[in-house]
Write a protein that binds this ligand. Structure first.
Ligand SMILES: Nc1ncnc2c1ncn2[C@@H]1O[C@H](COP(=O)(O)OP(=O)(O)OP(=O)(O)O)[C@@H](O)[C@H]1O
Length: 501
């Protein structure tokens, strides 16, 4: 049987325009039965738009879609589901104020099948009568995935499913995808993490500026894929890792931020560390080891049960995020939906923080605000073609808006919680370079990342959390994945890992 006989989905010349924005010019995609197929492309390349066209969220302006050789146009996700195509979209399709069970009923999927899928993913401990709003974002995505699996599709589309997931939960998704392939079904997998694409996917289709620019087996093709995604010139610039400052006895300087014996219920216990001015301190941890509580306490979102937080020697009383912002501590949260006003313009969203601050200082300096906002938008290369509405930006570009906001307003310490979630490899490098630049100008950065290789690229030092305590501390040069993972599992003998590669 030839590969063509095995073709499940064939897409030719799909185009889509939103007013003046051309999201897709001519997208081609062929997915075989029993294949895990990566859909790659930089932020804004058109991946999510293609996923939404395939699953009937909106119609294409042009092009053909054929399923098992038969021309197929779906007018809604429900129609696509009936034909065996189901997607887990980038933002969970879950109503926050309903319980998990109510959400599943809303999606018309049988609860028993959802429970079975949750069991397969190892998340059956979640009480289905809990309100979705109270459930961690990473777990919500897995619940959304369980919903998708429950209808047993022949093609599963996963749009950046692992972007919010820590290593251990990502592994469960990979196991499921492999099982899916073994049973002859197909997965279309979108991710900005090249390592997982190379490990998991059979072939990749690459989109650039809305056009399919190549199809390749993934094995050994990582750098070729990056070249295709970014265009060769940009890829070359992106490959130059940001220069890490020579570690000039940073730890000896007075701390920009010092955390002493911090506790928050059982989630955080006796956590102490310092970040010097000009330093980027990385925080690594598996899911739910106290990292969210740590960032929330420092950002004034939650009140610590005991312990102290100081900036430049002064003990802070943080009762509200505004207290932290006044002390120069600002948070870039992982969940951009929390941080952004979807109905407002990009400009308003970037100006949000600066606006409050400038107003506190006196008359609003509109020119100054405009200059700062323009500068931040330019530095982060935010794609403003779809201006003025923020909600029309691609996921990665929305994430950049959150960072741009604080760039425009100024701060002394940037608390970044997984800031490069869902961001393409070129932009990621820009963000690391930006964090380094911010540090070089004297600010300090505390960076939690669920992507362990980022620690070495962006940080000077790293601490690792396990069970609410610090289970490891090391210089970035030593923070390879094996060492970090070891500490993240509460194992204190990284040398043992090296001894058994
Ligand atoms: N509903 C919409 N209205 C207007 N423009 C849109 C809409 N949805 C997407 N776009 C625009 O279409 C282009 C492609 O966006 P899309 O979300 O498909 O990119 P992507 O490849 O998924 O990016 P990312 O990796 O950042 O998620 C972007 O310029 C985006 O701003």
């Amino acid at each position: 049987m030839s590969a063509d006989d095995n073709l499940l989905l064939r897409i030719r010349g799909v185009a889509k325009r939103f007013d003046s924005v051309v999201a897709l010019r001519s997208a081609d995609l062929e997915v075989r039965a029993g294949e895990v197929h990566a859909l790659m492309g930089a932020n804004g390349a058109g991946k999510s738009t293609l996923v939404k066209i395939i699953t009937g969220v909106f119609p294409a302006d042009a092009g053909e879609i054929a399923l098992s050789g038969k021309a197929s146009v779906f007018r809604s996700p429900a129609e696509a589901r009936k034909a065996g195509i189901v997607s887990v979209y980038q933002d969970p399709a879950i109503v926050p104020d309903l319980t998990v069970a109510q959400n599943m009923r809303l999606a018309r999927v049988p609860l028993d099948a959802v429970k079975a899928a949750m069991r397969d993913l190892g998340i059956d401990h979640i009480d289905l009568s809990r309100t979705a709003r109270d459930i961690d974002f990473a777990l919500l995505r897995l619940i959304d995935l369980s919903r998708a699996i429950a209808s047993n599709p022949s093609i599963l589309l996963l749009d950046e499913i692992t972007a919010a997931l820590p290593v251990d939960l990502s592994e469960r998704v990979f196991a499921l995808v492999r099982e899916w392939r073994r049973s002859g079904r197909s997965v279309i997998f979108i991710s900005h993490r090249m390592a997982e694409v190379a490990a998991l996917c059979d072939r990749a289709t690459v989109l650039r500026d809305g056009i399919t620019v190549g199809v390749t087996p993934t094995a050994g093709a990582e750098s070729r894929i990056v070249d295709m995604m970014l265009g060769t010139d940009v890829a070359r610039a992106a490959a130059e890792a940001p220069a890490r400052r020579a570690s000039a006895a940073v730890a000896d300087r007075p701390a920009a931020i010092e955390v002493r014996d911090l506790a928050y219920g059982h989630a955080l216990r006796g956590v102490s560390f310092r970040v010097a001015p000009g330093e980027v301190l990385g925080v690594a941890a598996l899911e739910g080891q106290g990292q969210e509580e740590l960032f929330d306490c420092i950002a004034g979102v939650r009140r610590a049960s005991s312990g102290e937080i100081r900036t430049h020697g002064e003990v802070l009383r943080l009762r509200h995020p505004a207290d932290a912002i006044r002390a120069g501590l600002v948070l870039v949260p992982a969940n951009r939906l929390q941080a952004l006003l979807q109905q407002r313009s990009i400009r308003e969203n970037v100006a949000l923080a600066a606006f409050g601050r400038l107003r506190a200082w006196g008359p609003i300096a509109m020119d100054e605000e405009k200059r700062r906002v323009d500068d931040a938008v330019r530095r982060l290369q935010i794609d403003t073609r779809a201006s003025p509405e923020l909600r029309r930006l691609s996921g990665g570009n929305q994430q950049k808006v959150v960072i741009a906001r604080w760039l425009a307003s100024g701060f002394r310490t940037l608390l970044c919680f997984d800031p490069t979630r869902g961001i393409d490899i070129g932009t990621k490098r820009q963000i690391y370079a930006l964090l380094r630049e911010i540090a070089a100008q004297g600010a300090s950065v505390l960076l939690f990342t669920s992507e362990l290789p980022e620690i070495r690229l962006a940080c000077d030092r790293a601490i690792v959390l396990f069970g609410g305590r610090i289970s490891g501390a090391m210089d970035a040069g030593e923070a390879d994945e094996a060492r970090l993972l070891h500490a993240a599992h509460g194992l204190s003998a990284p040398d043992a890992v090296e001894a058994h590669p």
